[in-house]
Each structure stands twice: as C-alpha cells, then as structure tokens.
Design a protein around this ligand. Structure first.
Ligand code: G3I
Length: 382
C-alpha cells in the first residue's frame, strides 16, 4: 500500500516538474504575433527541441517563432562527416519540425572554416588538395545539401564568418587553397559558393553571415565589399546576417545603426541571425567558437535583479533600433530558445533556465507598443 502511495506521489512530482514550466510562460503574448507586421521572429533549434526530448523548449519555439535556424544540424561536420557519407537524419528532422509548425526554414551554413572535417581539405595521401579539387568538393557538397531541401529551405547562410575584425578576408583553408594567395582570386571561393547554391535552388535566398558587424565598422565595411563584389559579377546575394552576439555593454546604438544602414544601402535585406546577450563583462567579446565557451562566459550574478534589469534595457535598446529600421530588417532570430541550452553561460536569452519569460521578454514586447506610440504620436501606452 505504502509502495503504491509512494509511486503515485513520485508520478505526481514528475508530472508537475514537466508541466508547470511548460504551462508557465504560455500566458504571455507570442513574439511572432507581437512583431508580425515588422519582421519574422525565430530561434536556433538544437536536437532536443526538434526530437521532442525537450518538450518545454519545443513549446516555447512553437508558440513564439515563425522562423527557425538549425543550430548545428546542417553544418558540414554533422551533415557530411565523411567523403562518401551524408548524415541526413538530424537535418531532415529539423526541416520536418519547422514545416509542422509553419516556420520559415533557414539553412546554416554551407561554407565555414569551423566545424568542417579535416578530410575536406586533404587528398588520399593527406596532402593539401589542389584548388580545382577543393572547388569540386565544395560544389558537390553545396549541390547535394541545397538540392536535397530545394523548395523547403527558404534561405541559406552560404558563407559564414569569412572576415577578420579589420575587414580583410580571414585566412582560412578555403581562402588559402582556392585563393592561391592571389589578390584577384581572393573572393573566388565565396563567388563559387553563391553560384552553386543558386544553381541548386534558384528560388532560395542566399546570405552572407558574420559576427561583430555591429561593433567593428571595418568588419562591416568588409561585408559591404563582399556584397558589392558579388553584385558586380551578377551573382545572387539576398541578404546579410548580423549575428549580433551582444553583451550588456555592446553594441552601441550607433554601431548597430551603422551596420544596418550601410548593409541596406547595398540593396540587400538585413537580418539579425544569432541574437543573444552575454551578461558577463570579462574578456573577448566576439563570437569565435574557438575562444568562447559556457565556462568563460559564466556569470555568478546572472540571476541578480540588477543584471536582469540591465539585460532588459539592452534588449529593449536593440529592439527599438530594429523597429526604427524595420523597412530594412526582415528577420530577428535568437541563438537558442532558453538560457540553459545556450552556447554561452550567464543569462543570454529571453527565457530563463526554468523556461520562464524574463524581464527582458516583457521589455522586448513593450518596445513594439512604444514604437507604435511614437508613430501615431501617443506615448505608446494602450
Ligand atoms: O553533437 C556532439 C556530441 O555527439 C558530442 O558528444 C559532443 C562532445 O563535445 O559534441 C557535440 O557537438 C557539439 C555541438 O555544439 C552540439 O552540442 C560540438 O562539440 C560543439 O562544438 C557545438 O557547438 C556549436 C558551435 O557553434 C560550433 O559549431 C554551438 O552549439 C553553436 O551554438 C555554435 O553556433 C555558432 C554559429 O554556428 C556561428 N556563429 C557563432 C555561433 C556561436 O558560436
């Protein structure tokens, strides 16, 4: 008898542990509805969200997002781990999840220096590939991956993080081997990546994506140069993704406005593709995965009221700028769903470790009311 009671009690505890956080936070407005007349709202989804192993996170995504990006499932390492082997299950389930919930699907990413297996750049004798061999490998990858999701993935981060902070091209193996150290070949790998993505799905939107565009004018100018170069050759590019991995201290309003206006002036769409705000102030502030971890961005005071207020203020400032420039901004995607599974520590997103909306969530919602108030001459209050 006692055992049965204990089991019943335990089941109840498990049930409550699963349902309370899921239900909490659902009585708030859906972000995708709040910003429906302004831009798409999305999130990067990980395996646990897509496969149902994290149902509370999936519930947040379903309610609040009308677009989603695969956090890792379409990166070369995961989707194409060996020369003759593609691993489709993760990406297939990501795309199916998005379609089931009517989310605009974003593919991330085709050509990047990180998360790409060693073999990609080596021949059978472990020597560096020739330019032609690497181009051919890149072509096969792009045609195969983009081709598989033709008509289903709306837009692709074709080239990711090709720039140094000073706006020069990063010295990756893509640049070294395909560029051959020649000035007139330095954009070749980027050109070809965009050409082949377009060939594989002529209706897909194609983007260049990078971090720190909102903090380094030189780097932003480098992105502008990439867009202009591609356009000068008649190659399709539809947009630039400002990743926007921010902190309580950056970006400045001026830096973000510089990035939006100078990129938009080239005639492409601008999107915020990986939004989060680290609360910890120490050290390196870019988003190079080799320099950032959950540990070195952890923040013991993340939950403190003072920190949460600063986080809310920074998010509100960013969204006010985005709304001001809404004619140029098509999408705002958070890099994750809730704090516990973010790639950085601290308290970077709008939902906390218990899936609850934070002060920052409500501050973001309020920016919309204030924006409409400014437009119709009222104070923005209902
Ligand atoms: O899936 C494997 C698992 O099988 C293995 O046991 C485990 C052991 O380390 O690793 C797991 O893979 C990890 C993967 O995240 C999934 O959790 C990788 O090691 C880890 O490197 C990877 O980190 C991702 C990182 O990019 C590198 O690809 C982060 O989740 C992801 O948020 C981050 O996202 C990048 C964008 O793509 C580009 N811009 C910057 C942004 C933040 O760094």
């Amino acid at each position: 008898m006692r055992t049965r009671q204990t089991i019943t009690m335990m089941s109840l505890v498990v049930l409550l542990a699963n349902t309370v956080p899921c239900m909490a936070g659902q009585n708030v407005p859906a972000l995708k509805d709040v910003f429906t007349n302004h831009f798409l709202i999305g999130g990067a989804l990980n395996r646990n969200v897509v496969t149902g192993r994290d149902p509370n996170a999936a519930a947040i995504a379903e309610k609040h997002f009308n677009t989603a990006t695969a956090e890792n499932d379409l990166k070369w390492q995961r989707v194409h781990p060996r020369l003759d082997q593609y691993n489709w299950e993760p990406a297939d389930s990501f795309v199916a999840f998005c379609e089931k919930h009517q989310m605009v699907v974003i593919g991330h990413c085709l050509v990047w220096h990180s998360q790409v297996p060693r073999w990609v750049f080596l021949d059978d004798s472990e020597n560096a590939l020739t330019r032609d061999a690497l181009l051919s490998r890149m072509r096969d990858h792009i045609l195969t991956v983009v081709g598989r999701y033709k008509g289903r993935i709306k837009g692709w981060d074709v080239v990711n993080e090709a720039l140094n902070e000073d706006g020069t091209l990063r010295n990756t193996q893509w640049l070294q081997i395909i560029g051959e150290g020649a000035e007139n070949k330095q954009y070749d790998y980027i050109e070809n990546a965009f050409r082949w993505a377009h060939e594989a799905d002529p209706d897909a939107e194609l983007y260049y994506n990078d971090y720190s565009l909102e903090t380094s004018r030189a780097k932003c100018d480098g992105a502008v140069a990439i867009v202009k170069h591609l356009k000068s050759k008649g190659i399709r590019i539809d947009g630039v993704g400002i990743q926007l991995h921010g902190s309580l201290a950056h970006p400045s309003v001026e830096g973000l406005e510089y990035a939006i206006t100078s990129l938009a002036a080239t005639g492409v769409k601008v999107m915020v593709t990986e939004l989060d705000i680290r609360t910890q102030a120490r050290g390196y502030r870019g988003a190079d995965v080799s320099q950032v971890s959950r540990q070195n961005t952890s923040d013991p005071s993340a939950a403190a009221a003072e920190t949460q207020k600063k986080l809310a203020d920074k998010y509100a400032e960013i969204f006010s700028v985005l709304l001001k420039h809404e004619k140029d901004i098509t999408r705002v995607t958070f890099w994750g769903v809730y704090d516990a599974t973010s790639w950085i520590g601290g308290s970077p997103l709008l939902f906390d470790r218990n899936y609850q909306p934070k002060e920052a969530f409500f501050a973001v919602v309020k920016t919309k009311t204030s924006h409409e108030g400014r437009q119709d001459g009222t104070d923005g209050e209902p």
